[in-house]
Design a protein around this ligand. Structure first.
Ligand SMILES: O=C[C@H](O)[C@H](O)[C@H](O)COP(=O)(O)O
Length: 235
C-alpha cells in the first residue's frame, strides 16, 4: 500500500462532498485510494439511511471497503451503465489556460486499469483530492501496468521515447508489486509532461502495456478539499 500524503481532513471533505452528488438508484463507480475511501464510507452511511445504489469497485481494496460499509455491489457486465464515478488522483493538471487542464496521473496504488474502465464508462466522472495533488504541469511518474513477460521490452521502449522506467517493488514481499490483474507496474518518469494527450496516445501504442495512468479529457469535475472547505473545478 502506498503511503498516505496530504491532509486527512481535506481528503475527507472532498470525498464526502462528491458523495453528495449521488442520486437514489444510481450505479456508482467506486474509486481506489485514501481519498476515494472517504467517499465510499460516506456512501455506506447514506445506504444505512435508505439510499439505494449499486457500486462498481475499481480494485480489491475498494471492493473490500464497500463490503465492509454495506454498499450493494455489481459488476461492469451486469449493469447498463454507470451514472457517476468518484475516484482519486495522484496529480491533477491545474492550469486552466493549458490544453491539458484536468488531465490526471493515476495509479499510485496500481489500480489504473480498472479505474480507467469504470471512470470512462461513467456518465459523470468526479475526481476527489487534496491541494497537494494540484500542479500547473503534470510531472509525476506515470504508472504503466504491463504484462509480466513484456516488462523488459516495454522498459526499453519507454527509454527510447525519453522516459525513465522503474519496476515497482513490493514492500512486504521480495520482488515486484503484482496488480489485481496479475501484472507488473513500471513507474515512468518523463519530467514535465507538456502534451499529456500525445504521451497518452504514445503509451497506449506500446505492445505489452495493459494500461497507463494518464487520464486525459476524462474528468468532468474535481472536488479539492482544503482545511477550510471544498473547492470545485469543472472541466
Ligand atoms: O491506483 C490508485 C489510484 O489511482 C488512486 O486513486 C490514486 O493513487 C490516489 O490515491 P490517494 O487518494 O490515496 O492519494
Amino acid at each position: 500500500m502506498k503511503t498516505e500524503g496530504g491532509s486527512r481532513e481535506a481528503k475527507r471533505r472532498a470525498g464526502e462532498r462528491a458523495a453528495e452528488e449521488i442520486d437514489d438508484g444510481d450505479v456508482v463507480g467506486l474509486g481506489t485510494g485514501s481519498t476515494a475511501a472517504h467517499a465510499i464510507r460516506a456512501i455506506g452511511r447514506a445506504v444505512d439511511d435508505g439510499l439505494t445504489v449499486r457500486g462498481i469497485p475499481t480494485s480489491f481494496q475498494s471492493r473490500q471497503l464497500a463490503l465492509e460499509v454495506g454498499i450493494p455491489l455489481s459488476c461492469l457486465d451486469a449493469v447498463d451503465g454507470i451514472d457517476i464515478a468518484i475516484d482519486g488522483a495522484d496529480q491533477i493538471a491545474d492550469d486552466p489556460d493549458a490544453s491539458g487542464f484536468g488531465a490526471l496521473v493515476k495509479g499510485g496504488g496500481g489500480a489504473q486499469t480498472r479505474e480507467k474502465l469504470v471512470d470512462s464508462a461513467a456518465d459523470r466522472f468526479v475526481v476527489v483530492a487534496d491541494p497537494s495533488k494540484l500542479s500547473e504541469t503534470l510531472e509525476q511518474s506515470v504508472p504503466l501496468e504491463v504484462l509480466p513477460d513484456a516488462h523488459a521490452l516495454v522498459a526499453d521502449e519507454i527509454r527510447r521515447i525519453g522516459g525513465e522506467p522503474t519496476l515497482r517493488d513490493a514492500t512486504h514481499k521480495d520482488g515486484p508489486v503484482v496488480t489485481d490483474n496479475g501484472n507488473l507496474l513500471l513507474d515512468c518518469a518523463f519530467g514535465e509532461i507538456d502534451a499529456p494527450d500525445e504521451l497518452a496516445t504514445r503509451l497506449s501504442s506500446v505492445p505489452g502495456v495493459v494500461e497507463h495512468g494518464l487520464f486525459v479529457g476524462m474528468a468532468d469535475a474535481a472536488y479539492v478539499g482544503t482545511d477550510e472547505g471544498v473547492e470545485m473545478r469543472e472541466y
